[in-house]
Design a protein around this ligand. Structure first.
Ligand SMILES: C[S@@+](CC[C@H](N)C(=O)[O-])C[C@H]1O[C@@H](n2cnc3c(N)ncnc32)[C@H](O)[C@@H]1O
Length: 261
């Protein structure tokens, strides 16, 4: 698993003697390696030369029945998720499960489940959504409104993932407020939460619900806060993770990554 040789541009030489212990609850060194590896290094090339990544990526970006790609998550964000799975979680023994808040057409969940099958045997991926668009949103801060995004044919999605042999992937249908409390209790320890639900209330609620189940050093990946149309997601992170819980981000490119305390 450590046959990846991440090369960075010479101006990042300071990383050579950076302490590799956690600082303020986050692994600064690893955050730099991933973020700079993507922007100023060869991480993208390494991923596209990796057969597990390329197959997962093809599945995630393949067209869904309505002709749109299965995922709206950007390639860089998928690369970063894959890098965390491969470099940071795969070396751990039974790290826990992966949860996703915001499945839409299932693309990023399929991506993570396909990669986890090889990299994290025993880890389940559980992805939540209404599959009918957003419930009510907060008009003071969110640009999305009730019903934004589309209705997804969940039977088709489940049939599709079964045909891919992804028996480590479960989709749970309903508003987070109705599904998360019971489901998370059953899932148990979480090693990675992919929070991809765009709007203030949903980001706050999913973070609050998953928090008690995060294993030590679990990854909290926020797809949206730095996206121009998702200031509500950013406000949720500002208020709950940064101000209230005093967390520091391990990465801000290509998306925000925090570690559980
Ligand atoms: C950006 S999409 C997810 C994208 C997806 N991860 C992908 O691979 O393309 C955001 C999703 O969050 C869901 N969502 C937002 N708030 C929700 C809530 N309170 N309960 C359930 N689903 C919610 C929406 O229905 C929408 O499908």
């Amino acid at each position: 698993m450590d046959d990846w040789h991440i090369q960075l541009k010479p101006f990042l030489g300071g990383l050579g003697d950076m302490p590799q212990e956690p600082r303020k609850g986050r692994d600064v060194y690893n955050g730099y390696i991933r973020g700079c590896g993507l922007k100023y290094g060869n991480l993208k090339d390494l991923c596209f030369a990796d057969p597990v990544f390329t197959e997962a990526y093809e599945l995630a970006t393949a067209p869904s029945p309505n002709g749109k790609p299965r995922t709206v998550v950007s390639p860089l964000n998928l690369i970063n998720i894959f890098t965390i799975l491969r470099l940071n979680l795969a070396p751990r023994q039974s790290p826990g499960h992966i949860v996703e808040f915001g499945a839409l057409r299932g693309g990023s969940a399929i991506f993570m489940a396909f990669a986890a099958k090889t990299l994290l045997p025993g880890t389940q991926v559980i992805s939540f959504d209404t599959f009918a668009g957003f419930p009510e949103t907060n008009a003071e801060i969110d640009v999305y409104r009730e019903g934004s995004f589309e209705k997804v044919d969940l039977d088709e999605l489940r049939g599709h993932t079964a045909s891919l042999g992804l028996n480590n992937l479960t989709f749970i249908e309903g508003r987070f407020e109705d599904t998360l409390p019971g489901a998370l209790k059953e899932i148990g320890r979480v090693c990675l939460a992919h929070i991809d639900c765009d709007v203030y209330d949903a980001v706050v609620y999913s973070y609050e619900q998953v928090k008690p189940y995060l294993g030590e050093g679990a990854y909290l990946i926020f797809d949206d806060p730095l996206v121009p149309s998702c200031i509500g997601a950013f406000e949720a992170v500002e208020e709950y993770l940064i101000r209230r819980d005093g967390l520091h981000a391990e990465q801000v490119f290509p998306h925000m990554v925090f570690r559980s305390p």
